[in-house]
Structure formats: C-alpha cells, structure tokens
Design a protein around this ligand. Structure first.
Ligand code: PLP
Length: 223
C-alpha cells in the first residue's frame, strides 16, 4: 500500500475534527512530497536540523509541527516558520520562544507537555506542576506565544486500560485549565495532542483532537 492510501485509511478512522500530524522524522523529503501530493499538509518532525533542511526544499504551504524535545538554543532556527511546537515543558523554553517569535514578528502557538505516563522521563510538567504554572500567571507576559492546548504521551505498553487512563487524565486536566484560564488563543476548541501509531484510537476516545502518526504511514524508521 502506498503512503497516500495509508493516510486515507487512517483518516477514515478519525472522528470529524481530529487532525492528523504525519510524523515524517527520519524519512526523506521525497516521501513527504508524496504525502503532500496526496493532500496531506501537516507534518511533524523532532530534530531541528532535519526539519530546517526539509523546510527549505519542500512546498511552503506545509504546516510544520515540532514534536520533539526542543533545546532553547535551537528555537531561533525554526521560529520563522514553525506552525506549532508540541512538547513545551518549561518557562525557560517559553521565554525563548517568545523572544524569537518577537524577532520574527509572529505569535507562535505552543502546547504544554504533561507527563501522565508511568514511565520515568525528565520531560513534561507533572499535572501538579502544570496547574501551578498556570496559576502563577507568569505565562501571560509572553505575548508572542499562545498556549493552544496540551500534549502528552502514554506509557509504551499493551495495557490498553492503562493507556486510556493516562489519556483521560490529560483530558480532564485540559478541561480544567481551559475552563479556568482559557489560554486558548486562535484555537476555538483548544488542542489535545495525543495518540501515536499504536494508541491513537484510544487517544481519540479520550479527548484527543490531534494525533501524531509516523510508522503507520511511512513504515518503520531507520535511525
Ligand atoms: C516519533 C513520534 C511520534 C510518532 O510515533 P509512531 O509510533 O511512529 O506513530 C509521535 N509523537 C512523538 C512525540 C514522536 O516523537
């Protein structure tokens, strides 16, 4: 099956209003072009250099999303064109995105990453940290950044009940934050970015309206 039919098959399983980010990391620009020619416009990358190289050779109406862990010293390279930064997990990073967005005279939408998985990781706000950060109100000073929603990853497991409970946790948190702070600018409903190749159907059953799918579209990645 080719890339375009795989994308179309996935899209048929997505409820209306759920957006598909085609995760193209480690795959060549030619495959992205193939997906683009079939109508796909949103692509996700997780390495700055790779993203910039692809941005330069591919059509300019692609909506590029940065989905990986972003280092502050690299924000400047993607600030001119990035459509959405998914995994923002510190005020330090928000501050730098704001600074670079100002330089480019744009507002950059971001998602805050919440750590709901059982697995240990150094990335993501815990739910408590996220609430405390929103309560602090310090995010309001970053006028060239708009907090458009949340992003999370579930535990990498076959236990679907566990995965569902993690996504549900993120969704309840999203609703709580949205109701209290409505930080959502330019995104009427707010963005809930969760669900990958192996768990996206569980994700959409638990509030996701943006799924990030790689291997199901492009095949296994060769690192
Ligand atoms: C690689 C990656 C994905 C896509 O993973 P697949 O299992 O290939 O669908 C989604 N989200 C993030 C943050 C990733 O790094």
């Amino acid at each position: 099956m080719n890339i375009v039919s795989r994308i179309n098959n996935i899209k048929q399983t997505l409820p209306a209003g759920v957006r598909l980010v085609a995760v193209s990391k480690y795959h060549p620009a030619s495959l992205i072009q193939e997906a683009y020619d079939g109508g796909q416009r949103i692509f996700g990358e997780s390495h700055v250099q790779e993203l910039v190289a692809k941005y330069e050779v591919l059509p300019k109406d692609i909506e590029w999303h940065f989905i990986g862990h972003l280092q502050t010293n690299k924000v400047k390279y993607i600030a001119p064109f990035i459509s959405l930064i998914h995994a923002v997990d510190s005020e330090h990073l928000i501050k730098e995105i704001d600074k670079q967005a100002k330089r480019c005279q744009r507002t950059i939408p971001i998602l805050l990453e919440v750590h709901v998985a059982k697995e240990e990781t150094k990335y993501g706000f815990t739910p408590d940290e996220l609430l405390a950060f929103m309560e602090s109100g310090t995010w309001q000073q970053y006028t060239n950044v708009s907090i458009a929603g949340l992003m999370c990853m579930a535990t990498n497991t076959d236990d679907e009940t566990l995965i569902a409970s993690e996504f549900e946790r993120a969704y309840q948190l999203f609703k709580q934050i949205k109701e209290k702070f409505s930080p959502v600018t330019g995104e009427p409903d707010g963005i809930c970015s969760w669900g990958m190749s192996n768990d996206y159907l569980i994700a959409v059953a638990h509030g996701s309206n943006m799924v990030r799918i790689g291997s199901l579209i492009f095949g296994e990645r060769v690192y």
